[in-house]
Ligand binder design. Structure first.
Ligand code: NAD
Ligand code: MN
Length: 492
């Protein structure tokens, strides 16, 4: 009775070579055209010039995509103006909501197709495009569909009305999700849209045009013009655009802010970040390690709110780093379409070179680099998950946004010191706090200069929750009731 048969409690080291069988998601569900034009006034407008969009994991060409000219942008803005003036802005909110609900449902129905295409064109793991990007994109349309007929209740006694024609410019890290963040609130509020996707990831936006056709959205309410930065610049400069919504680099954001100054155009900017993920010694350590990994290796670290600066309380520095390094050895880097992949391809050669040069600066400045052993494919753009220890606050890897799977570890002793170091950045998009103490979470959240503060979690998104920056991370909020405001005017 008393002699229970106990097995020895030894936790084995994780095996170095986790040989999973390949589990590739089939590509057959995606039908690509050879060549795409611009989507203007509900029609495909032939592009005079095109460029080739590729798969960053194989460098394989996928399709030819239009290089939007000033004339193309002009045609798209004219179509959006026409749709705004002749129907859309006057529709009752409950009618606009029906279109948004329809788009949301079609995104769900076609989510596998869109997820495969997102991973193919952008390099992110299918696990993430399937379980994060697509569900969240649909959720955004559902959420703002719900607001469309309740704007007067959201802003009582303020007579909310649409702004007009909105120009929206989005980046390559969450192509379809950023499209949803932009388009859903704009349409819910009665605006019409011209959107320019990033040149490296235009394909899900172009497939989204087919979703709009299926949803029977009136022509011109959403127009999509593809191309490089110059196409975006033409949209920013266009005289008949009432508002610009931009997500991308701080550098381009600053240029746009200068450009629209004095024009009367409304502007929201969602720019870069260098988030602090702060771990106190009373936290649940294994949970924190998972949060750190999710914070910086999710989407290859190509996330504006990535937890790229880890602040560890000195007393737990050694055990935490040991656990973190061990966890890194289990991350699978490789084919984005394989369902077991944790870290996919870097989005472009340009981005890979940027990561490489910043990592080199970290080594040169004296930080200590750790990368788990992993085999990177020959073709395509790859970067191994990386941790830097021995990092000083002045190093470039602690100051600049890397936008890659690279973590810089720093330490602190007291909560005051953690706050001071965390806020020592030109950015302020997000932060994370790991502690079992509720009062400390609140104390920290009040002092961290960041738009979002996650407690005992990281990189969590929900359409009901506003997201946006302090300082050089930009201004304006997306998501939640706050996310309606930039798309409304309240004058008499
Ligand atoms: P970017 O700012 O150059 O591009 C973002 C979007 O803006 C793209 O659609 C681009 O075509 C467009 N654009 C570029 N120049 C423009 C201009 N003058 N006027 C109007 N639109 C213009 O970003 P990038 O070159 O793709 O990435 C560079 C860096 O930006 C990354 O390394 C990363 O640090 C940061 N970034 C941040 C985010 C974010 O979510 N905040 C997203 C992507 C990139
Ligand atoms: Mn750029």
């Amino acid at each position: 009775m008393s002699k229970l048969d106990r097995k020895p409690r030894v936790t084995p080291d994780p095996p170095r070579d986790w040989t999973y069988a390949p589990a590739p998601e089939s590509r057959d569900i995606v039908q690509l055209a050879e060549r795409y034009g611009h989507f203007v006034g509900g029609q495909w407008l032939e592009a005079a010039e095109t460029y080739e969009t590729i798969s960053p994991s194989s460098e394989e060409p996928l399709a030819l995509v239009g290089l939007g000219t000033e004339q193309d942008v002009d045609a798209a803005v004219a179509a959006a103006r026409d749709a705004f003036a002749n129907g859309w802005s006057a529709l009752p909110g409950s009618e606009r909501a029906k279109y948004l609900f329809r788009i949301a449902r079609i995104l769900q129905e076609r989510s596998r197709e869109l997820a495969v295409l997102e991973s193919l064109n952008g390099g992110k793991p299918i696990k993430e495009s399937r379980d994060v990007d697509l569900p969240l994109a649909a959720a955004h349309f559902f959420y703002y569909a719900g607001w469309a007929d309740k704007l007067e209740y959201a802003f009582p006694n303020r007579r909310p009305r649409p702004v007009g024609v909105v120009g929206q410019i989005i980046p390559w890290n969450f192509p379809l999700l950023m499209l949803a963040w932009k388009i859903a609130p704009a349409l819910a509020c009665g605006n019409t849209v011209v959107l320019k996707p990033s040149h490296t990831t235009p394909l899900t936006a172009l497939l989204f045009c087919d979703v709009l056709r299926q949803a029977d959205l009136p022509p011109g309410v959403v127009n999509i013009v593809t191309g490089y930065g110059s196409t975006g610049a033409a949209l920013v400069k266009h005289k008949d655009v009432d508002k610009i919504a931009f997500t991308g680099s701080t550098e381009v954001g600053k240029w746009i802010q200068r450009e629209v100054a004095g024009s009367g155009k409304r502007l929201t900017l969602e720019l870069g970040g260098k988030a602090a993920n702060i771990v106190f010694d009373d936290c649940a350590l294994d949970q924190a390690v998972e949060g750190i990994v999710n914070g910086i290796y999710f989407n290859q670290g190509e996330v504006c709110c990535a937890g790229s600066r880890l602040f560890v309380q000195e007393s737990i520095y050694e055990p935490l780093i040991a656990k973190l390094k061990r966890r890194l050895t289990t991350l699978r880097v490789g084919d984005p379409l394989d369902k077991n992949t944790d870290v996919g391809a870097i989005n472009s050669r340009e981005q890979l070179e940027k990561i490489q040069s910043l990592v080199q600066s970290g080594i040169d400045e004296g930080a200590e680099i750790y990368q788990p052993p992993c085999h990177l494919p020959e073709k395509g753009y790859w970067f191994a998950p990386t941790v830097f220890t021995n990092v000083a606050q002045s190093y470039r890897i602690a100051q600049e946004e890397i936008f890659g799977p690279v973590l810089s570890v720093l330490t602190f002793r007291t909560p005051e010191e953690a706050v001071e170091k965390a806020n020592n950045t030109p950015y302020g998009l997000s932060a994370g706090v790991w502690t079992e103490k509720g009062s400390r979470i609140l104390w920290m959240a009040q002092r961290l200069r960041a738009g979002v503060v996650w407690a005992n979690t990281f990189n969590r998104f929900d359409p009901t929750s506003p997201f946006g920056g302090y300082k050089e991370s930009g201004f304006g909020r997306e998501g939640g009731r706050h996310g309606l405001e930039p798309y409304l005017r309240f004058d008499e």
